[in-house]
Write a protein of this length. Structure first.
Length: 154
């Protein structure tokens, strides 16, 4: 295998994409960090997208599915996708497709029940549970639902 200094942006990009999906912005940053010229990186990214090897839509879908499996909420996920440079329309589309598969209220309740054995006796304990859910990216209504229904089965 050749040294990184001698590798082309395409070779480095393919190496990265072989491990996992990357957003276009992430890939751009990684390739620039390896010392590739901006115009070479942009040309490479355009070619990869044209060939279907890199797709922000595919990245957003796989990212959302993986993070939902970890019990993260929509607010945090939307912010993460935006931070990674995913276009608002792509984010909206990915959330729309996921809407048929995910009940955010149930997900919040499941995440809370996995983390805590009960709602807490003291206001301080309940606040801790609420901060946990807010930190996971759930909105106020989802948080309230989870605090009420997380331990219904027990």
């Amino acid at each position: 295998m050749r040294e990184t200094a001698e590798s082309t942006p395409r070779e480095d990009a393919i190496r990265l994409l072989a491990r996992r999906e990357y957003a276009r912005g992430e890939l751009r940053e990684r390739l620039a960090a390896k010392g590739h010229a901006d115009e070479d990186v942009e040309a490479c990214l355009f070619d990869l997208e044209e060939q279907g090897l890199q797709s922000d839509v595919r990245f957003a879908e796989s990212f959302l599915r993986a993070r939902v499996a970890r019990g993260q909420g929509p607010i945090k996920l939307r912010a993460e996708l935006e931070r990674r440079g995913i276009d608002d329309e792509v984010v909206r589309q990915a959330f729309t497709e996921l809407a048929t598969e995910v009940d955010w209220f149930s997900l919040a309740a499941e995440a809370l029940a996995r983390r805590f054995s009960g709602p807490g006796e003291m206001p301080r304990e309940r606040a801790r549970r609420e901060r946990f859910l807010a930190g996971r990216g759930f909105d106020f209504d989802q948080l309230r639902y989870a605090m009420t229904h997380a331990w219904d089965d027990t």
